[in-house]
Ligand binder design. Structure first.
Ligand SMILES: [Zn+2]
Length: 233
């Protein structure tokens, strides 16, 4: 029989695989685990008080969603999207999120609108107290909530993945001091939904996503070769 080590057995009340992957995801959303961070199974198993098998399952789940990348012989890392991938993330969101709004519009219920407004209010409060981590998480959650209300599990899964990748993109390419999602734009989208104006809601969402993309510095070196002559002219 194999010798039992501290990491073979779960501590009492240890979190489930779901809970572990959720907590890692939350840390990524809040930029507590920046892009490119190496996730060491042994250390995580100590922190969570669970077996390495459970950690491996949690990491496997997240790498399946493209949030983590597994590099053979090197380990598992928080994904670090390139400029091109960042643009693809926004392009995908501009296709999918209006589709969700179109589905929702005309059948959105009062309590669903209230949940969206509540999320906006919490985001506003986080912004007021300069809690950048909470602001970024809540602004992403607004989009996730729309996906959840849309009741299409496949779209929901895609949006969840794309929103997580967006958080990583913001961590990598954010210009200092720019907000995650311009606050009033979420309000305007909910107003259009409430009025049953699907076309306006879709247009506002596309503009909103373009707006976020444009606040990022996605023209980084590496996109094209640096002209040293021009730099030092
Ligand atoms: Zn937003």
């Amino acid at each position: 029989m194999a010798k039992t080590t501290s990491t073979d057995v779960d501590a009492p009340g240890a979190p489930s695989v779901d809970e572990i992957s959720e907590r890692i995801l939350q840390a990524i959303w809040e930029h507590r685990l920046p892009p490119g961070t190496k996730l060491v199974e042994e250390k995580l198993s100590e922190v969570f008080g669970v077996s390495r098998t459970k950690i491996r399952l949690a990491l496997g789940r997240l790498s399946h969603d493209s949030i983590l990348t597994v590099e053979p012989n090197r380990g598992t890392f928080v994904a670090s999207p390139t400029v091109e991938q960042a643009r693809q993330v926004f392009n995908a969101r501009r296709v999918l999120e209006p589709a969700l709004l179109r589905d929702l519009s005309g059948q959105v219920r009062r309590e669903q609108l209230a949940r969206l407004r509540k999320n906006i209010a919490l985001e506003g409060e986080a912004r007021e107290r300069n809690d950048r981590r909470a602001t970024i998480r809540l602004s992403g959650q607004f989009h996730l909530l729309i996906a959840e209300l849309g009741q299409n599990p496949y779209l929901h899964k895609c949006i969840r993945e794309l929103c997580s990748l967006t958080c990583l993109v913001i961590a990598l390419y954010d210009a200092p001091g720019t907000p995650a999602c311009p606050h009033h734009e979420h309000d305007a989208i909910v107003d259009a939904l409430e009025q049953g104006d699907a076309e306006r809601a879709c247009m506002l969402m596309i503009e909103h996503l373009t707006h976020i993309e444009n606040t990022l510095r996605l023209e980084m070196p590496g996109d094209e070769e640096i002209d040293f002559r021009a730099v030092f002219a």
